[in-house]
Design a protein around this ligand. Structure first.
Ligand code: ADP
Length: 478
């Protein structure tokens, strides 16, 4: 049966992006050519076309960025909170004013559907700046009876799944707390952070308060091993997170790590099943599953398993996979060829482990990196697809009979970032939120984010919280 609506294409225009052919490093309020003389390409993962060349910061460049941030720290720190707040508000408003341009660039550079970058990434990024602007002159109220102090210079390294949003999560609280920063976006998605640098330049923020440098892992390692930053803030893989933790311990730096996840999304038999199916879809296929808190392990109570599975497959059949710039698209391009390879490898492993795969029939574009929404049934707890983070649109489904059983299964993972619970009973929700080792537990919803709500993990998902008052604490000494 063809579940597709016959929708005409509704493509957003790539022209809105207004990209330059080449981007330099944003250091001390100026655009500087890299001393390394090196550049790399950033491409559109949906068609492999080059979008721009981007500077690769080497050791002299990293050094210049930290020196600029160090020099800028004292005068910035002396400003009153209200003054700092004004700049942060200004940045928030400027993101809103240019939100369409940002959304287009985010989808071009990262492959995510324009509907998501337009309705989620960019508005939430602006909301983070608004929220932390409001705290800048109220820090003492957040930490009553404590002597609070700014930390100094922060080195911030972010991943490619929510590029502008992660930049906002990192920069906004750091500035509100009177720190200065050097931020590096991921090498496959540097463009919105560079656009943010344009806004920062226009906003009149004192030079050197925010420095944005580009490059890959080597540049990141130069940042974390530099002597100037007193705080390392990282979002990315657990593997790199461990290296950063080591660098923080050796350099005696404060650190927050937001790492991988393998979240349990738990459906009880008294759940509103249709809503839960939407929640499963949103949990795993949002942003192609490139989400650290993705609901990648589904646990369904046995008595409703057949119903959930058949509704889920039917809903998967209706998902539109394709051009990220089309407003009808549900699942866009996989962010990079390397990530696609990883996902395909896990799909192969899943089959070899004896799990049963389902993918809807749909045509994929010829060029670019694509993966159909995928689910596996007949999955064992010990299967790698149930244990390891895939970071793609691949769902591993298991069943359970009792609450105790599902709590055990859900917690049987090295990760502890998030979870979802679907039930009609408030008491079950409270029992599970206590029992699940997860930083965030969503009840009858999934993947909901808000700047006022702290986010972060346990175990191999990292530590420290971003968002809310907790997010301020990560940028202060008290
Ligand atoms: P993923 O595995 O999801 O690609 P990574 O953890 O590799 O995520 O990347 C997240 C960010 O960390 C990126 O900005 C990347 O350039 C950076 N990075 C990668 N390796 C290192 C490293 N050794 N030290 C510091 N940063 C790194």
């Amino acid at each position: 049966m063809d579940n597709h609506w016959n929708l005409s294409p509704a493509a957003e225009s790539a022209e809105i992006a207004k990209l330059k052919p080449k981007y330099e490093l944003f250091i001390n309020g100026n655009w500087q050519e890299p001393k390394s003389k090196k550049y790399f390409k950033t491409i559109n993962p949906a068609n492999e076309a080059m979008l721009a060349k981007v500077a690769e910061a080497g050791s002299e460049d990293v050094d210049a960025a930290f020196k600029a941030a160090e020099t800028a720290f004292k005068p910035w720190n002396k400003l009153s909170g209200a003054e700092r707040g004004k700049y942060i508000y200004r940045i928030a408003r400027m993101i809103q004013e240019r939100s369409r341009e940002f959304a287009v660039i985010e989808s071009l550079d990262g492959g995510k559907p324009i509907r998501e970058s337009r309705d989620i990434d960019i508005p939430l990024a602006a909301a983070h700046f608004f929220y932390y602007a409001g705290w800048a002159d109220k820090l003492q109220y957040a930490f009553p009876n404590k002597k609070i102090q700014s930390i100094g210079v922060a080195a911030q390294i972010i991943p490619w799944n929510f590029p502008l949003l992660m930049a906002a999560w990192k920069i906004a609280p750091a500035l509100a707390c009177g720190n200065t920063v050097v931020l590096k976006p991921a090498e496959t998605t540097p463009l919105t952070a560079l656009k943010l640098a344009e806004i920062i330049e226009e906003s009149g923020l004192p030079k050197g308060v925010v420095n944005i440098i580009t490059g890959a892992g080597e540049t990141g390692a130069l940042m974390t091993n530099h002597s100037i930053p007193k705080k390392l803030a990282f979002t990315g893989s657990t593997e790199v997170g461990k290296k950063i933790y080591k660098a923080a311990l050796e350099g005696n730096k404060k650190v927050t790590l937001e790492l991988g996840g393998k979240a349990a999304n738990i459906i009880f038999d008294d759940a509103p099943i249709d809503a839960a199916v939407e929640g499963i879809i949103n949990g795993i296929y949002f942003n192609q599953g490139h989400v650290c808190c993705a609901g990648s392990r589904l646990f369904v109570q046995e008595s409703v398993y057949e119903e959930v599975l058949s509704k889920l497959k039917k809903r998967m059949d209706s998902l539109i996979v394709g051009d990220p710039m089309d407003k009808n698209t549900d699942i866009g391009a996989i962010n990079s060829a390397a990530q696609l390879k990883t996902i395909e490898e896990y799909i192969k492993i899943g089959k070899e482990e004896g799990a049963e795969m389902y993918q809807p029939e749909c045509d994929l574009p010829k060029n670019g990196n694509w993966c159909k929404p995928t689910l596996f049934t007949n999955v064992a707890q010990s299967n790698r697809i149930a244990q390891e983070e895939i970071f793609g649109p691949v769902l591993a489904i298991q069943t359970f009979r009792t609450i105790d059983e599902v709590i055990d299964k859900a917690n049987n993972t090295p990760y502890g970032l998030s979870a979802g619970v679907w039930t009609d009973k408030g008491s079950k929700i409270f029992q599970l939120t206590q029992a699940l080792n997860a930083g965030v537990v969503w009840a009858n919803t999934y993947n909901k984010f808000d700047p006022t709500s702290p986010f972060g993990g346990y175990k191999e998902s990292g530590f420290g919280r971003e968002g809310g008052v907790h997010g301020l604490g990560a940028y202060l000494k008290y």
